[in-house]
Write a protein of this length. Structure first.
Length: 322
């Protein structure tokens, strides 16, 4: 198959490209700064010569959007909104104008669209969309508005020949440098991977192999359209999640952090506390009902496998430096 991935140079794009290349597919990456073979320039805002890559493709997987790993200033939040909505709109325009449109358009979305929830899980059918929860920061509601606008831009696109799926993804765990797993493991190794603000908030996650397998599953399943949660079926409270990760690496303790300590740490890391404090208790209702079988359904199994590869990567890097 020919698969076009707008915004495919980040961590998730690298995970997908590695797997799809390995499966023998032709993968084209749309990026603002093409550097490698198979990368095509685009600006994520306007139609251009890049649209020729979409015409005649089998699948489009749009990952474009400003990273959420930043301070949630008003300017950054607006850039998150604009980059997601604009890129989705223009991908839809390219598909609508194609003589041979792709048969499926998988559009990245986020599990952040759901409400902050500790007591009950959120699936696609009964999950509560966030934005009106009492007692949470106002800007969390704007994050939900970004997610909603992102999905609405895909829904509004006039692409009758192309099935549309919105990927409400949890954090994709891979040992690649710079990814969320690398950051969390780094904290655990330093002894800083303890409970944050009590640690009752849930962490939803998905192992990279299951993320890729779910994407492949959704490409093949012509009967599935609309929002789909990409998350392992067993999210964990943050304190348990980090305890498992520490155990996998062999770190006996993790220092706890209060809310204000998390704010300081997020400032130092140029990130935001929403990523640490919002409870994302998301479960894969549609995938499970469709018969998708997770290879890494439980976090201890996934953490052990990811740590093993992280250790191998570290040993390989040390050997290379010697």
């Amino acid at each position: 198959m020919k698969i076009v991935i707008p915004g495919g140079t980040g961590q998730v794009g690298a995970v997908l490209k590695r797997a799809l290349d390995g499966a023998g597919h032709e993968v084209v990456i749309l990026t603002r700064r093409p550097r490698r073979e198979g990368e095509v320039p685009w600006d994520g805002q306007t139609l251009g010569s890049w649209a020729a890559a979409v015409d005649g493709s089998d699948v489009v997987i749009n990952l474009a959007g400003r990273t959420v790993s930043c301070r949630y200033t008003a300017a950054n939040l607006q850039e998150m909104m604009d980059s997601r909505v604009d890129s989705t709109r223009v991908v839809g325009a390219a598909i609508a104008g194609a003589a041979r449109p792709p048969r499926v358009w998988l559009q990245m979305s986020t599990a952040t669209v759901y409400a902050h929830s500790i007591d009950s899980p959120n699936d696609e059918a009964t999950g509560v969309i966030g934005g009106a929860e009492p007692g949470v920061p106002d800007y969390w509601a704007y994050s939900v508005e970004i997610a909603k606008a992102w999905e609405q831009a895909q829904q509004r696109a006039e692409t009758p020949a192309t099935r549309k799926v919105a990927l409400r993804s949890a954090m994709v765990m891979s040992p690649d440098p710079g990814g969320v797993f690398a950051v969390l493991l780094g904290l655990a190794r330093l002894g800083l991977g303890g409970p944050v603000a009590g640690g009752a908030q849930y962490v939803s996650w998905i192992h990279e192999h299951d993320f890729v397998r779910a994407v492949e599953f959704l490409i093949d399943r012509e009967d599935i359209a609309g929002p789909v949660n990409l998350a392992a079926p067993h999210p964990l409270p943050q304190r348990a999640f980090m305890r498992v990760l520490r155990s996998a690496w062999g770190v006996p303790v993790g220092l706890p952090a209060t809310k204000w300590m998390a704010e300081v740490g997020a400032f130092v890391l140029r990130s935001d506390t929403e990523l640490l404090l919002k409870s994302r208790r998301v479960v894969p209702g549609r995938l499970t009902r469709a018969g998708f079988d997770f290879q890494y359904a439980q976090w201890p199994q996934a953490a052990d496998e990811l740590v093993r590869r992280a250790r191998n990567r570290a040993r390989g890097g040390s050997a290379a430096r010697r």
